[in-house]
Write a protein that binds this ligand. Structure first.
Ligand SMILES: C[S@@+](CC[C@H](N)C(=O)[O-])C[C@H]1O[C@@H](n2cnc3c(N)ncnc32)[C@H](O)[C@@H]1O
Length: 503
C-alpha cells in the first residue's frame, strides 16, 4: 500500500508461510478475538472514565489511553518539548474530524514547513531498546522491520516509566480504530457485500501468522525475556493496529518506516496533498502545507491516495460519501466455467500471471483497460483463440501495447459482461443496505450495543460509497451500450430503407 509519496503506512508483508492457528483459538473459527485472553498485568491503565463503543470488541492492553484523551496528549506535548521538539505553530486539540488532531495556533501560510520533529524523537527499527537483551535477540533473528517495531513497542510499553517512550505510549489509543479489532462474525455480517471483508480477513490472518511465527521461533525459546503475559496476541493486535494507523514511510530516509510522535497526531484529509518526510536542511520530520490555515483550524496531511475501503481497513474511518477523490471499489470478474474454451483461456491467463478470477479497481471516472482486456477474453468465441494470449497479456498490466488494443466485434459483449458483474454486485450491496436484519444475533450490554452501532455505521458508510461507484459505472456502461445499440439500429433501418428503395 506504499505510495510513491509518503503514505501513513507502507505495505505490510509478514513472513511468507501459511499462517498457523494461534494455539488458544477455538478450532471452529479462522481467527477469533472472543477467546479468553491472557492479560498483561503490567500496570493500571491510564484511561479516562468513558469507554466508547469501538474499544470494547477485544479485551485490550493496559497501556495507552481512550482515543479522545487530551490529558495524555498534554503530557506528551510537555515531554516532547522537554526532549527537543522546537516551538510549534500547532497544538493537539479535540477536533470534529478524527477526535484528537493538530490545530493551527497562528496564521499558517500555504507552502510553510511545519513540525520539525528531530530524529532522536522518532521510533525506527534502529531505535535503542530499553531492555537491550530483548532487542539483541530480535536482531540476531533478523526480524523484519514491521514485526520488529511491533515487538519494540510492546517491550517499551511493558516497561512503563522506565521506557523513554512512556509519555508517547500513554498517549496512543488503547484500542486503535482498525478492522483488526473486528471479529470474524462482524466482518462476515457487516462487510458481506464489500471486497474489504476479504482483505481484512487476510490481514488479521497475517498478523496472527506473524505473531505465531515470532512465538514459535523466538518467544517460546526464551520465556524469561518474552513472558507470554506481555508478548501475546492481544498485545500484538494492539501494536500492529498502531503501526497500520500511524507508521510512516520516509522517502528521504531511504524509505525507512518510522513512528513519529507529534506528527502522528495529524489526521487525514482526502483534499490535501501533503506528506510527511525527513527534511535534510532542517534535519527534522516536516510537511509543507498546500493551503493556508487560520488559528483554530485543524491542519491535515494525506495518508496517501487511498480508497475509502483502504482507509477503513488501516485507519478505521470512512470519509463522507463523495468526498474522497481517490475512492475505488474492486470488481471481481471470472471466466465462465461453462465456456468451451475455459481451459485455453485459463492457460493464457496463467501464462501471464493471472487466474480464472481477478479483481480490478473501478473508480467514478471509469475502469482500467486491464478489466476491459479480461472482459474481451471472457467473451471471446473459440474462433478467436489466437488472440487469447494477447488479451491475457493486456489484462495482466505487463503489456506495453495496451492503448491501441481493441476488438470492436467483441466490445458490446465485453461491456455487457462488465455491466452484469456490476449489477450483481449492486444487488449484493442493496440487499445488505436494505436488510432489515443485518445485526448479529447475540445478547449485548449497552457498551457492546453502542460498539455494534458504530461498526454498522462504518460498514454502511463504506457500502454506500462503494455502491455509488458501481452505480456510476453502471450508468456509463448502460449509456455506452445504448449508444452502440442505437447506432446499430440506425444503421439497420438505413440499410432496410435503401433496400426498399432499390427494390
Ligand atoms: C495517525 S492517527 C491521527 C491522530 C488520532 N486522531 C489520535 O487522536 O491519536 C490516525 C487515526 O486518526 C483518526 N483519523 C485520521 N483521519 C481521520 C479522518 N479524516 N476522519 C476520521 N478519523 C480520522 C483515525 O482513528 C486514525 O486511525
Amino acid at each position: 500500500m506504499a505510495t510513491s509519496t509518503t503514505a501513513l503506512h507502507p505495505q505490510f508483508r509478514p513472513p511468507r508461510r501459511a499462517p498457523r492457528q494461534f494455539r488458544a483459538l477455538p478450532p471452529s473459527s479462522l481467527y477469533s478475538l472472543e477467546r479468553p485472553r491472557t492479560r498483561v498485568s503490567v500496570r493500571a491503565s491510564a484511561a479516562s472514565a468513558s469507554a466508547p463503543a469501538q474499544r470494547e470488541a477485544a479485551s485490550g492492553v493496559p497501556w495507552g489511553c481512550e482515543i479522545e484523551s487530551l490529558e495524555s496528549a498534554a503530557s506528551l506535548e510537555r515531554w516532547l518539548v522537554d526532549s527537543g521538539l522546537p516551538e510549534q505553530r500547532l497544538a493537539i486539540q479535540r477536533v470534529d474530524v478524527g477526535e484528537r488532531g493538530l490545530v493551527a495556533l497562528k496564521n499558517i501560510r500555504k507552502g510553510e514547513k511545519l513540525l520539525f520533529v528531530p530524529p532522536s524523537l522518532v521510533i525506527t527499527a534502529d531505535s535503542e531498546w530499553s531492555c537491550p537483551e530483548v532487542g539483541a535477540v530480535m536482531k540476531k533473528n533478523s526480524v523484519p522491520d514491521w514485526p520488529l517495531i511491533a515487538t519494540y513497542l510492546i517491550s517499551e510499553a511493558s516497561l512503563e516509566g522506565s521506557s523513554r517512550w512512556s509519555s508517547y505510549i500513554a498517549a496512543l489509543p488503547r484500542q486503535p480504530y482498525s478492522l483488526l479489532y473486528w471479529t470474524r462474525a462482524e466482518l462476515d455480517t457487516y462487510l458481506v457485500a464489500s471486497p474489504i471483508r476479504e482483505r481484512a480477513i487476510q490481514r488479521i490472518t497475517d498478523v496472527i501468522g506473524t505473531y505465531n511465527d515470532l512465538h514459535d521461533r523466538i518467544f517460546s525459546k526464551q520465556p524469561d525475556l518474552f513472558p507470554e503475559e506481555v508478548y501475546n496476541i492481544d498485545t500484538f493486535l494492539w501494536s500492529f493496529g498502531i503501526l497500520f494507523s500511524r507508521l510512516v514511510r520516509l522517502p528521504s530516509m531511504d524509505g525507512r518506516v518510522a513512528l513519529v510522535p507529534w506528527a502522528d497526531m495529524l489526521n487525514h484529509s482526502p483534499e490535501v496533498e501533503t506528506f510527511l518526510d525527513f527534511d535534510k536542511s532542517s534535519q527534522g520530520i516536516v510537511f509543507t502545507t498546500d493551503r493556508s490555515y487560520q488559528p483554530g483550524e485543524q491542519v491535515f496531511i494525506s495518508y496517501g491516495k487511498k480508497s475509502s475501503g483502504e482507509l477503513l481497513l488501516s485507519y478505521g474511518f470512512v470519509p463522507k460519501e463523495g468526498t474522497n477523490p481517490n475512492d475505488s471499489v474492486e470488481l471481481l470478474v471470472s471466466l465462465k466455467k461453462s465456456d468451451t474454451c475455459y481451459k485455453e483461456k485459463l492457460q493464457a491467463l496463467k501464462r501471464n500471471g493471472l487466474s480464472d478470477y481477478e479483481s480490478f479497481p473501478l473508480r467514478v471516472t471509469g475502469w482500467p483497460v486491464e478489466l476491459m482486456a479480461y472482459a474481451f477474453l471472457v467473451v471471446s468465441p473459440p474462433e478467436m483463440s489466437q488472440c487469447f494470449d494477447e488479451m491475457a497479456l493486456a489484462a495482466s498490466n505487463k503489456s506495453s501495447s495496451k492503448p491501441g488494443f481493441s476488438y470492436p466485434e467483441l466490445e458490446e459483449q465485453a461491456l455487457q459482461f462488465i455491466l452484469d458483474c456490476c449489477e450483481s454486485n449492486i444487488t449484493k450491496y442493496t440487499k445488505y443496505l436494505e436488510g432489515v436484519d443485518n445485526s448479529l444475533q447475540v445478547s449485548m450490554n449497552a457498551k457492546q450495543a453502542s460498539r455494534t452501532l458504530l461498526l454498522k455505521q462504518l460498514a454502511r458508510d463504506l457500502c454506500i460509497s462503494e455502491r455509488r461507484i458501481l452505480y456510476r459505472t453502471q450508468f456509463i456502461l448502460r449509456r455506452r451500450l445504448r449508444d452502440m445499440r442505437g447506432g446499430e439500429l440506425r444503421a439497420l433501418s438505413l440499410f432496410n430503407g435503401l433496400r426498399k428503395l432499390f427494390k
